[in-house]
Design a protein around this ligand. Structure first.
Ligand SMILES: [Zn+2]
Ligand SMILES: [Zn+2]
Length: 328
């Protein structure tokens, strides 16, 4: 027997099936809750005049034409959470791959290739494996974080206005810089942590792009992954903004370790914290200076750990970041 309740359930299930397919197009239906409440109101009103209720009436309600809505609120098959986890890793290898191809440009290197071979005691294969381990941790924590904050609906959160996104970017940059400065500096002060954890990153005396994330897993987890999670949570950005923020932070970190001073690099024009600045920190004389990373140099300047340097041309070609002796 067809009752109003059965009819509602049938339509609901049929509609659910249809909607799950339609999510892949640029349409969304009115929310179910709204429809069910309205439909039940319709039934109530018709209960007072039962001769006027028809199945066609309910059908027309549930199968009305879909409304086109703002694309920013639509569900997408590849979720922002997954993209935010994997795109920065793809960006890491693509961007550092480009630098690997440019690495032979002696006239733009901050150290000679011969210097790199002598001073770096760890092989590139070991660095490659170490970075993959670090990224595996990064993926696990990122997916865990996104699972914890997800509302389970699978529908992307609406994006705030452009100005709010810029503000969130700036807050996230500040949070990440602050977290990394103090943890990084403490890893140099605490002899145990330096010897057993942070010294691994410093085995690359002559940094190169894909060595940017060559760290002890504990350092990677604490400095980069927890720092990234804090900047994401405290800035209040959506997972979609997170895709861009973490990709940008990845590009910046790779660029700071690229070991090249290429003309026209926009990141060098925008940030004082760049490949030459971070190269000073990787040298033996610089391990007590230039802790700031990855964006600004403010904490070094405020707390007196900024080492001024000049960029000199080397006789054999390329450049060298030379510290400027302080007067006092
Ligand atoms: Zn360091
Ligand atoms: Zn470094």
């Amino acid at each position: 027997m067809i009752t109003a309740g059965n009819c509602l359930m049938f339509n609901f299930l049929t509609h659910t099936f249809q909607q799950s397919n339609l999510l892949f197009s640029c349409f969304l239906y009115k929310p179910y809750s709204t429809r069910l409440v309205s439909a039940s109101n319709t039934i109530k009103s018709h209960q007072q005049t039962p001769h006027r209720i028809t199945i066609r009436h309910l059908n027309s309600y549930f199968f009305s034409k879909p409304r086109r809505i703002n694309i920013s609120t639509m569900a997408i098959p590849a979720s922002d959470e997954l993209l935010g986890t994997f795109i920065p890793i793809a960006v890491y290898w693509i961007y550092s791959g480009i630098y690997a191809l440019l690495g032979g440009l002696e006239s733009y290197r901050l150290h000679s290739k011969a210097d790199e071979d002598v001073k770096n005691i760890v092989s590139k294969a070991t660095v490659f494996r170490g970075v993959l381990v670090q990224q595996a941790f990064q993926i696990a924590v990122s997916l865990l974080l996104f699972t914890m904050i997800s509302d389970g609906s699978g529908i992307a959160k609406p994006q705030p206005s452009f100005y709010i996104i810029i503000a969130q970017f700036l807050v996230a940059m500040f949070v990440l810089d602050t977290w990394q400065y103090f943890i990084h500096r403490y890893m140099h002060i605490n002899k145990f942590l330096y010897k057993h954890v942070h010294s691994k990153h410093h085995t690359l005396v002559v940094p190169y792009a894909f060595g940017a994330l060559y760290n002890h897993p504990l350092e990677g987890l604490l400095l980069d992954t927890v720092g990234g999670a804090l900047s994401f949570l405290l800035s209040g950005m959506t997972p979609r903004t997170g895709i861009f923020f973490f990709s940008f932070a990845t590009i910046k970190t790779v660029d700071d370790h690229c070991g090249l001073w290429l003309p026209g690099n926009p990141l060098h024009a925008l940030f004082s914290n760049n490949s030459a600045y971070h190269d000073v920190h990787h040298q033996l004389y610089g391990t007590k200076y230039n802790f700031s990373q990855p964006f600004f140099v403010m904490w070094d300047k405020i707390l007196g750990t900024y080492m001024p340097y000049s960029l000199e041309k080397r006789k054999e070609g390329g450049f060298e970041a030379r510290p400027i002796k302080r007067k006092n």
